[in-house]
Design a protein around this ligand. Sequence first.
Ligand code: GDP
Length: 425
Amino acid sequence: MRASGPGVVEISRRVAGNLPAPRTATLACFRDDAGRIIDQGLVLHFPGPRSYTGEDVLELHGHGSPVALQLVLRACLAAGARIAEPGEFTRRAFEHGKLDLAQAESVADLIDACTERAARSAARALGGMFSAEVRKLAAELLELRALIEATLDFPEEEAGVLREHDVQARVASLRQALARVHSKARQGSVLRAGLHVVLAGRPNVGKSSLLNRLAGEERAIVTEIAGTTRDALREAIQIGGVPLHVTDTAGLHESGDALERIGMNRAWQEIERADAVVLMADARDGVSDAEREIWRKLPHSITTITVLNKVDLTDRAPHRSSCEFGPSVSVSAKTGAGIELLQQELLRTAGWQNAGEDVYTASERHLRALQATGAHLARVAESFDQLELVAEELRLAHDALAQITGEVSSDELLGEIFSRFCIGK
Ligand code: GDP
């Protein structure tokens, strides 16, 4: 049980009998509001600002059975606490400056991570690696802004001052640095969201065999904790640490009862936002009318990777080529031949370049902000003859960057971000 805010001293006195010394695990009996013992455990008090939220924080470590926990919870509520909203602890940590917004968001990413690699990249963002690089860009931008503003105020020195500081070259190098951060963040966002793949093909081409083969030893970490198992339609697979969400179209037949139709609607929604379709055919027949018919039912813009399976039954070796739907890979789900080619093709489709260890988790929101910054800087580069315009574009670029770390944020945005968290985080 964790509580945060000015009331925790009172809660500790009433539920645990006393307030323990700061940051010292102390054994206590927990009592309800009638003074009856309900559990025994450790009490920890973190006086603000040296706590997760920056406020006074109290932790009660009990035996954790649902009933005992309910009783302790009820005792805390009677002593003046209320149930936290989703992400409220982390939101308060953000509001008290313990974390910036990008770091706070990575807490949820760390909790949701379903591969080790995704968890490590979220941990890097939580540690402030992404924020530090964004701040470095922002500091450089601020310096440039100051320079331009000063030049606007003292126009007679304009040409000299700007030349001296080589503003154009600095904007160019800033754009390069931004592109590097964007590329790492983009990789991180692939890790965070995973790859959404739809598996399609007529019966017996080997869809289940391929799924099993892809899952192989690369099973993602799946837990039963609410919120981590997202959808029964997806298999938990990973390719080199990138989570892979596979939607099988086998269940997408016509008719079905109401419940089944709800499931099918969900599957179609998944397909709409999938990164790629894996359309399977038999390597002995190649692409036929049956595949063309399936392909016609799929969303138009989606990338299709054709898999010619059962290549072991032909006299050809597995290889990558192309067909009428786009790239194609011949494989054998049975022997595993060519599977690596397919995995590479899938990762390439999602924009994953086998980046080193220094990628960090980023969200769509962060990517949009980085893109906006880049767009404003591009306009700066084009408008050097109009300093007012340069000043304005630099300001907009700076604002876009500041949104990442939360120096510029709205209540609405914060609400949206923190509602994604579970209660108690
Ligand atoms: P699904 O109906 O598309 O899911 O197909 P299955 O995965 O159930 O496979 C249908 C049949 O084809 C099974 O008997 C598999 O053992 C066989 N099969 C699947 N992949 C291969 C392959 O690569 N080579 C060979 N020789 N047989 C395969």
